[in-house]
Design a protein around this ligand. Structure first.
Ligand code: FMN
Length: 247
């Protein structure tokens, strides 16, 4: 089998469907209007990770669909689209996931010492029970077959792609007045068992999703004195790596 032949892929169908003139698909790509640009930057700058500000009212299906369409518009390595979106509304399932979080969070807490541990204990790090909807976003490492264009030398690019989908959803949610909180404190296998996720599929994000009326004006971890935003100028290097103090 030639190395780029893709048994599970769509290459033959895609070739058959390829337009005679691909230039027909080139469309204007100038800058947005100032108002449109401001809206994009506003979504980026005011997006927050939400743990506690969720309203209980359910999200309409068409809104959820728009968020999922935004996620599904993300870039992906070799157009692999490795994501799936598991929607969880049932309180009973969310309660089981919260128990998995709680156990892992106790373990995490013990990894900090002294005052830092006490500070950690005061943080709220999830909204699993409060948010009316959870979305588990996964990465199917086998999608597109064994050889995926662009992923040949870095298999992690499938997960990077899935993270792009998460960020698209997060920004679209901000524009919709919907808060999103990413929960990563659990043993992946515990959540996989609850949702019946197969071995080759990775959990990338557990997102708590719900309407919000208020958001912090800066990261909650900064508000609560855990860690501040780093100065951008210290993170930008010209032409190559530069020495930087431990941050
Ligand atoms: C990969 C990833 C995992 C995260 N996991 C958690 C988590 O388990 N619990 C939590 O409270 N926040 C979690 N967060 C949110 C971060 O704490 C948050 O993004 C950061 O503090 C900056 O705040 P902001 O998102 O409001 O700007 C996670 C964020 C990312 C990107």
């Amino acid at each position: 089998m030639p190395i780029f032949e893709n048994p599970a892929g769509t290459s033959a169908a895609s070739l058959a469907n390829a337009p005679a003139n691909t230039a027909d698909h080139l469309v204007a790509a100038g800058a947005f209007t100032e108002e449109e640009r401001n809206a994009v930057y506003r979504a980026i700058e005011t997006r927050r990770d939400v743990r506690d500000q969720f309203r209980p009212d359910p999200l309409p299906d068409d809104l959820v669909r728009r968020l999922l369409e935004a996620a599904h518009s993300a870039p992906s390595v070799g157009f692999m689209q490795p994501w799936n979106f598991v929607l969880i509304r049932q309180g009973e399932t969310r309660e089981r996931v919260w128990q998995a979080f709680h156990q892992a969070n106790e373990e995490a807490c013990r990894m900090f010492e002294g005052d830092r541990r006490a500070q950690y204990q005061r943080l709220k790090l999830e909204g699993i029970r409060k948010a009316p909807l959870s979305i588990c976003i996964t990465c199917d490492t086998k999608r597109g077959g064994p050889v995926v264009l662009g992923r040949t030398h870095n298999p992690d690019t499938d997960v990077y792609s899935t993270v792009c989908a998460v960020q698209n959803l997060w920004l679209a949610a901000r524009a919709e007045g919907v808060g999103v909180g990413w929960v990563s404190i659990f043993h992946e296998d515990a959540i996989k068992a609850i949702l019946g996720i197969p071995e080759h599929v990775k959990i990338v994000a557990w997102l708590c999703v719900g309407y919000v009326d208020e958001l912090y004006d800066m990261p909650e971890l900064a508000v609560k004195g855990w860690r501040d935003r780093l100065p951008l100028d210290k993170l930008v290097f010209e032409e190559g790596w530069q020495d930087c103090e431990d941050m």
